[in-house]
Design a protein around this ligand. Structure first.
Ligand SMILES: Cc1cc2nc3c(=O)[nH]c(=O)nc-3n(C[C@H](O)[C@H](O)[C@H](O)COP(=O)(O)OP(=O)(O)OC[C@H]3O[C@@H](n4cnc5c(N)ncnc54)[C@H](O)[C@@H]3O)c2cc1C
Length: 384
């Protein structure tokens, strides 16, 4: 476990990197709908994207608490970790369930940044949140699987070398346990250029998300992770890590909004005094601040439990729920404090406002988080 001093040093190091990518950089990237390659390169070179990979594979061998600090600090800057956060944690499925050969083949390259594994293909148009309903089919033919189907909202495909793909290996109606029958594959995107279609989606903010069409795409059997039919379980195993890290990004955003709103409210003078002296401006920021910090406490508990190898589903889900709501509250308080200027691009509030809204909806919407808490933690009757 890293010491307090080590964690402070990580925080400082990330802040230093982020200083090199000021407001204007992110504003220009947003306007051009471009990928923040220079920022991702800097982060890759720092080694922090490989922080969760064990040292034996060339990673930093750090824990969830440290990974959380890294993403939180990125989002606390004018920047955003969404462009590269998946490089940090998508490999978790491979690390936990991959064979020794697969880990040797891919993890060192992912740790160094030479191989980008930051695409994760689960969601489909007809299944939505009900992932066990996905239809994309991987049929075994000898030493290959042949994949046909469609995915939607799959991010960073064009910025990845590998994609973790969840596909159906047993038809849904042949299953007694609906969580079985799905398998996870490492799809080497460098091998299949031209044999599947990537259709970019025009989103509310600068996010590199796509619709994918697979037509007879071949995947070698050796690229299947773990046992056939157990893929859904392997994917679920990564959800707590993802929730803790998404919560951290929301906390970073929340702190950025509180700082930005507080500074503006203290400086802007209307009716002869700073607008922040009015409780109608001050209290929403103070309340959002309290909620962001409370969410950070829950995130810290979740990360500590994760790193100790303890069950943390309840805490990880609560952290994601509280942090996404708190950052949205802070975003609104900050926007309100800025008045009309909040809507102008040069203040960056409207950009961050658009970006932070995602956390209430994806990677999982807060209704399903509440359903998990209500049903799996509190034991109430199931709605689905
Ligand atoms: C920017 C972005 C990036 C994404 N990146 C990826 C990616 O890289 N890979 C990937 O696989 N997916 C990705 N997703 C998909 C994301 O995980 C899905 O949007 C999500 O799983 C929900 O699916 P859906 O959008 O079809 O919503 P639906 O399942 O249609 O749900 C719509 C709404 O209905 C409500 N709802 C649904 N079911 C219930 C219920 N049982 N109880 C109460 N309320 C319910 C929820 O409030 C939900 O918001 C991304 C999405 C976005 C927006």
């Amino acid at each position: 476990m890293a010491s307090v001093e080590d964690r402070n040093a990580i925080r400082e190091a990330i802040r230093k990197i982020c200083v090199g990518f000021p407001d204007q950089y992110w504003r220009d990237i947003d306007k051009a709908s471009a990928y923040p390659q220079a920022f991702v390169d800097a982060l890759t070179q720092s080694g922090y994207l490989g922080c969760l990979i064990p040292e034996e594979y060339g990673g930093a061998g750090l824990g969830m608490a440290e990974a959380a600090i890294i993403l939180e600090e990125i989002n606390r800057s004018p920047g955003n970790g969404l462009a590269c956060h998946a490089q940090m944690y998508t490999m978790g499925t491979l690390l936990r369930h991959g064979s020794a050969d697969q880990k040797q083949r891919y993890l060192p390259g992912i740790a160094s940044g030479e191989i980008r594994l930051q695409a994760f293909g689960v969601t489909e148009p007809n299944a939505g949140s009900e992932s066990t309903r996905i239809e994309t089919r991987a049929e075994r033919k000898g030493d290959k699987y042949i994949v046909n189907g469609q995915k939607i909202f799959i991010s960073r495909v064009k910025q990845s070398d590998l994609m973790l793909l969840l596909a159906r290996t047993t038809p849904y109606n042949e299953l007694t346990d609906k969580t079985q029958g799905l398998s996870v594959f490492i799809l080497d995107l460098r091998d299949i250029k031209g044999r599947f279609e990537v259709q970019p989606l025009d989103m509310m903010f600068n996010y590199h998300t796509n619709i994918l069409f697979f037509e007879n795409v071949e995947i070698p059997v050796e690229n299947r992770i773990g046992e056939e039919g157990k893929g859904f379980r392997y994917i679920i195993d990564g959800w707590n890590a993802e929730r803790i890290l998404i919560a951290s990004e929301a906390i970073g955003d929340g702190r950025w909004f509180v700082d930005k709103g507080t500074k503006y409210a203290s400086e802007r003078v209307v009716f002869g005094k700073p607008i922040g002296a009015n409780q109608g401006v001050q209290f929403p920021l103070a309340k959002a601040y309290a909620h962001v910090e409370a969410a950070a406490c829950m995130r810290d508990v979740a990360a500590a439990k994760f790193d100790a190898g303890e069950k943390c589903g309840a805490e990880a889900n609560m952290a994601k729920l509280l942090a996404s709501e708190a950052s949205w509250e802070a975003a609104n308080a900050c926007l309100d404090a800025h008045g009309g200027y909040g809507f102008t691009r040069e203040f960056d509030v409207e950009r961050k406002f658009r970006e932070t809204r995602l956390f209430m909806t994806a990677p999982i919407n807060n209704n399903l988080v509440l359903a998990f808490l209500g049903q799996n933690v509190l034991g109430m009757p199931k709605s689905y």
